[in-house]
Design a protein around this ligand. Structure first.
Ligand code: A3D
Length: 318
């Protein structure tokens, strides 16, 4: 069986890390595409030279022309600009909406059968633009945010409880912004919900509230420390997990920015919800029950995504 082809549109910090991880996991051959001349070629060559050491068989090509992504099975999009200290994700919309329009056209022309994962911010609006311009079915285009936000929550919880990160599950839903919704009731240590762990004396409501706030600000905390860009190791790992679920038909249940199609009362937007990811792309939206407080937070988040999509529509080529 021939190797799968994975196209990375954007060969910056996340793009390079994606290429490295995809090679290490032998998920397929990699094509790095970027408008910056030499950058995708240079990163491809560098990673290719690590392959004999790691014992991984894959090819790594770099390109500045969309024809290089022809026939890709998976496309992961990070093209655009990241934020700098003091910026919100939403401040990126003016630049990144136009970039997504161009990328969408490139996908439509060259690899209309691909499974597409968008990472570019502001995420929920950019995945909407990418879907519109690529014309792909909604179930074949998703956004990566929930896996990352949930991983941040899991990381902080594992630290708090001094247990393995593997035994902490967590759910963060809604838009990928300040309004994201970490769902405490659905987050567990080995199946024990967080509210029960408070009763058991493992933590307090105050500590949990602090962790929820730190999760919501997880991206900004890293931007503040790096000063020159945003997080890239964990975002790349999160997108690779999603790509692997598709390529290996794993049917993982993961929070992704998915087309809701009426689920959760949302019919016209991409927003972070739990989904089953397998060979069919988004095979199912898992419509969990929310209590009144959770629902209010989710609805608030959905409204903020709706505003960003409206702003993106204004920026689309007419
Ligand atoms: P960076 O290292 O700047 O890489 C972006 C790359 O895109 C650069 O190499 C650019 O040359 C390239 N580029 C710009 N315009 C185009 C274009 N029209 N076509 C092709 N390539 C282009 O950024 P990064 O890799 O750190 O981040 C990429 C994006 O991911 C940013 O928008 C971030 O805000 C976003 N991001 C999202 C998350 C989520 O959880 C959703 C997390 C972290 C970063």
């Amino acid at each position: 069986m021939a190797r799968k082809k994975i196209a990375l549109v954007g060969a910056g910090n996340i793009g390079g890390t994606l290429a490295h991880l995809i090679g290490l996991k032998e998920l397929g051959d990699v094509v790095l595409f970027d408008i910056a001349e030499g950058v995708p070629q240079g990163k491809g060559l560098d990673i290719a030279q690590s392959a004999p050491i790691e014992g991984c068989d894959a090819t790594y090509a770099g390109a500045n022309d969309y024809s290089a992504i022809a026939g890709a099975d998976v496309v992961i999009v990070t093209a655009g600009v990241p934020r700098k200290p003091g910026m919100s994700r939403d401040d990126l919309i003016g630049t990144n909406a136009k970039v997504m329009a161009a990328v969408g056209e490139g996908i439509k022309t060259n690899c209309p059968d691909a499974f597409v994962i968008c990472i570019t911010n502001p995420l929920d609006a950019m995945v909407w633009v990418l879907r519109e311009l690529s014309g792909l079915p909604h179930n074949k285009v998703v956004g990566m945010a929930g896996v990352l936000d949930s991983a941040r929550f899991r990381c902080f919880l594992a630290e708090e409880f001094n247990v393995s990160v593997e035994d902490v599950t967590a759910f963060v839903l809604g838009g990928h912004g300040d309004t994201m919704v970490p769902l405490v009731r659905y987050s567990t240590v080995a199946g024990i919900p967080l509210p029960d762990l408070i009763k058991m004396g493992w933590t307090t409501q105050e500590r949990l509230d602090e962790i929820v706030t730190r999760t919501r600000n997880g991206g900004a905390e890293i931007v503040g420390l790096l000063k020159t860009g945003s997080a890239f190791y964990a975002p790349a790992a999160a997108a690779v997990q999603m790509a692997e679920a598709y390529l290996k038909d794993k049917k993982r249940v993961l929070p992704c920015a998915a087309w809701c199609g009426g689920a959760f009362g949302v019919d016209d937007l991409y927003v972070g919800v739990p989904v089953v990811l397998g060979a069919g792309g988004v095979e199912k939206v898992v419509e969990i029950e929310m209590n009144a407080d959770e629902r209010a937070m989710f609805d608030h988040s959905v409204e903020s995504v709706r505003g960003l999509v409206a702003a993106s529509k204004e920026l689309m080529p007419k």
